[in-house]
Write a new protein. Structure first.
Length: 723
């Protein structure tokens, strides 16, 4: 019997209930992962359910791995793992077994974002299209939307009518679909839509998979879209137990298809559903949680729940209103520096913002204060150029598909120009074979090219032979990187960072080989194609800067949410596009942002004119919605135009009250234009202007013009220096 003594009443009910259909509404920080994993352990340990009869669906590899690790700790190594995977990984496993009924081979290629762009490049070249007119991201979004909505190429052309731009997009869509078929490839959208299509067309395949599972559990259920829900309902059928966990208040991905109505209306699809609400928060202090609750309760389209916590603290939410976006960033940086001096680790601190463009001033402020930071969710490891190159070399051993070949045939340079590449592609089309088959035939080349191609093919075939003879994957990978000349190219160009990334990738392959000694190279490539959220930076000593969307599922001791201005957060475009639904999603986004904080939450806003909004910035409605009992307001009040600063403690000086005192003094005795000053970091400068306590001061290269509070203790007048 599993030990449930550590669970509260609602958690225990969610774990032990024997209802066939369950909906667990799990508030932020309420222990949903614990409940989900203990539910699985309960089924195995107490209900004698065979592990392979349990399917748990998550939405990130990180979540899947965390669940697996927790179950291992609870049940020990003696128990085989149940099926725990992302929805895309699940579909890959299903399709690898049964896709032949749809006319595809089991070793189909899985396309990632770079592969998709490569196909678009081909299409644009043939159709003489400019990327500036048809950006890749917009075109891929158009294709994805058509596919998920079940719109065929023919229907897309009908919808395009006589509109030239839409006709062009439909033609690219047709090229893209045909190219995927020629490559026997599927993109991420296809993995789910093809599985659903297969289940709809072939009853025997559907029945097979319904019989394979008895219990289906779905995490982050509030984020699923209509196609994913259709897949889940197919698998559940009429006999299997369906257990879903999610929080409608945290549905923040409607822009990519998530449908909050699915979790809201779950009881309509399954009338016998039992709903359990987890409303005790174990993460945040009382002020943070109650502040977030007072905001989210303004949403009408939600399941009502009142989260509570037993974590008491005298700290309130701090709202800081600054005179400008530059000064906002400087205040945040100064505050972080102060927290770090007092012993707070940079790792415990995150700065969240609504949109990526807002990071610019924050980054500058971090650099000015020499605070180490990373943009979390920036260029991911597997998307870096050198990593993509290396993986394409590995693909030459497995699939040898055209996209992989096109990427690496001349990297490092082998003297194969664009004309030769075009000739290879044309011959492949004419002969209806892969480009690598054209190289192997070596019939259309002459002179130096013929020898180069012959040498390249011999090299690839030697790798394939080594793989067939059982060479360990990571040793094969090292051989490929060396034989191909790729490592030598990086070393010759002194590409230290790229070399380190290649070494990290080799380590990744080695770890995979050691963890799964019986695995194949093809299985590693499948894993990597789906492995998009590796956290290689989260253990380093950096402040994390990220969008609120990227922060979903994370938590930090101290959180700053910047640019809490109307039109920025909530986002004006989101509100204009979706009306009241848009406002509610923005409010959910604010709720997610606030509840990332465990012990301290800072909300900051900027005053002044916004060139993005083309108007003066005003305070976000979400600030006003916070119950006054749980928030303190400091800084310039941008809502009334009153610039007097009120601080509860010293922020930038060890002498309490000094900073507030100096700011107050500058409101009556401002610095004068042309006056000489000295800054503790930037050196001697000249005052350009001084308004409302904010001075613009020109400093020598490399600092330039800075906006600084006129009474900041780091600034001294020349007269003060002489005295």
């Amino acid at each position: 019997m599993i030990d449930t003594e550590s669970l509260n009443k609602d958690q225990k009910e969610a774990v032990l209930s024997d209802d066939p259909h369950m909906r667990v509404i799990a508030g932020a920080g309420s222990g949903k992962t614990r409940v989900l994993t203990m539910r699985i352990a309960h089924l195995i340990e107490d209900e004698d359910v065979r592990e392979n009869r349990i399917l748990a669906i998550t939405f990130t590899n990180k979540a899947a791995n965390e669940m697996k690790e927790r179950i291992r700790k609870m049940l020990g190594e003696r128990v085989r793992e149940p099926w725990i995977s992302t929805i895309h990984s699940l579909c890959v496993r299903i399709l690898r077994e049964d896709i032949t009924v749809l006319g595809y081979p089991r070793n189909f290629t899985i396309m990632d974002a770079e592969d998709q762009k490569a196909i678009l490049k081909e299409a644009y070249k043939q159709m003489n299209l400019e990327v500036s007119n048809y950006p890749y991201s917009a075109m891929l979004s158009y294709i994805s939307n058509n596919k998920t909505e079940g719109i065929s190429v023919e229907h897309a052309k009908t919808l395009a009518g006589s509109y030239l731009e839409e006709k062009v997009k439909a033609d690219v869509y047709e090229y893209y679909i045909n190219r995927l078929q020629a490559l026997y490839a599927l993109d991420f959208d296809d993995l789910i839509t093809w599985t659903v299509r297969m289940f709809a067309k072939f009853d025997e395949v559907l029945t097979k998979w319904q019989r394979r599972f008895e219990y289906i559990l779905v995490d982050e259920f509030q984020d699923i879209d209509n196609v994913q829900y259709k897949l889940i309902r197919y698998l559940a059928g009429s006999q299997n137990s369906l257990y879903v966990v999610g929080d409608p208040d945290q549905t923040i991905y409607t822009w990519r298809g998530a449908n909050v109505d699915i979790i809201m209306n779950f009881t309509k699809d399954y009338p016998d559903t039992k709903t359990v609400i987890l409303n005790e928060n174990y993460r945040s202090t009382e002020a943070i949680l109650n502040g977030a609750n007072s905001v989210i309760k303004n949403n009408r389209h939600r399941v009502k729940k009142d989260l509570f916590t037993n974590r008491k603290s005298d700290e309130k939410i701090t709202h800081y209103a600054s005179a400008s976006d530059e000064y906002q960033a400087a205040w945040i940086a100064e505050k972080i520096a102060e927290l770090h001096r007092k012993g707070k680790s940079y790792t415990d601190i995150a700065i969240l913002y609504r949109s990526n463009y807002l990071s610019r001033n924050l980054e500058k402020a971090m650099l000015d204060m020499r605070i180490p930071y990373i943009i979390y969710g920036g260029i991911r490891f597997y998307e870096r150029q050198e990593v993509k190159d290396a993986l394409c070399y590995l693909r030459m051993v497995t699939t040898a598909d055209d996209l992989a070949l096109g990427r690496i045939l001349n990297r490092p340079k082998r003297g194969i120009g664009n004309k030769t590449m075009d000739a290879i592609a044309e011959e492949a089309r004419k002969s209806r074979v892969s480009m690598y088959e054209v190289l192997k035939r070596n019939e259309i080349f002459s002179g130096k090219n013929k020898k180069t191609i012959e040498s390249f093919v011999a090299m690839v075939e030697s790798w394939r032979e080594a793989a067939a003879n059982g060479m360990e994957i990571f040793r094969l990978f090292e051989k490929i990187i060396d034989d191909s000349g790729y490592r030598a190219m990086l070393e010759e160009n002194k590409e230290t960072d790229r070399i380190e990334n290649i070494k990290e990738l080799i380590d990744d392959v080695r770890e995979f080989s050691e963890t799964y000694p019986e695995s194949t190279l093809d299985e590693y490539m499948q894993l990597v194609s789906l492995y998009g959220d590796r956290d290689e930076t989260m253990s380093s000593e950096y402040v994390r800067l990220m969008t609120v969307h990227a922060a979903k599922g994370l938590e930090f001791d101290t959180v700053f949410v910047s640019d809490m201005n109307e039109g920025i957060f909530p986002n004006e475009r989101a509100m204009n596009d979706s009306g009241s639904r848009g406002v509610e999603e923005e409010r959910r986004l604010a709720y997610v942002a606030f509840t990332r904080a465990r012990n301290k939450l800072y909300l900051t806003e900027a005053g002044g004119f916004s060139y993005i909004l083309q108007r003066a910035r005003t305070s976000s409605r979400f600030i006003r919605e916070i119950d006054p009992e749980y928030i303190e307001h400091i800084g310039a009040d941008s809502r009334t135009g009153h610039k007097e600063v009120q601080l509860s403690s010293a922020l930038f000086d060890s002498n309490p009250g000094t900073f507030a005192q100096r700011i107050h003094e500058t409101n009556t005795a401002q610095l004068k234009k042309g006056e000489l000053v000295t800054h503790s970091k930037f050196g001697e400068g000249v005052v350009i202007s001084c308004k409302n306590g904010i001075a613009e001061i020109a400093f020598p290269y490399p600092y330039g013009v800075k906006k600084i509070a006129a009474g900041h203790p780091s600034i001294k007048r020349k007269s003060q220096m002489r005295s």
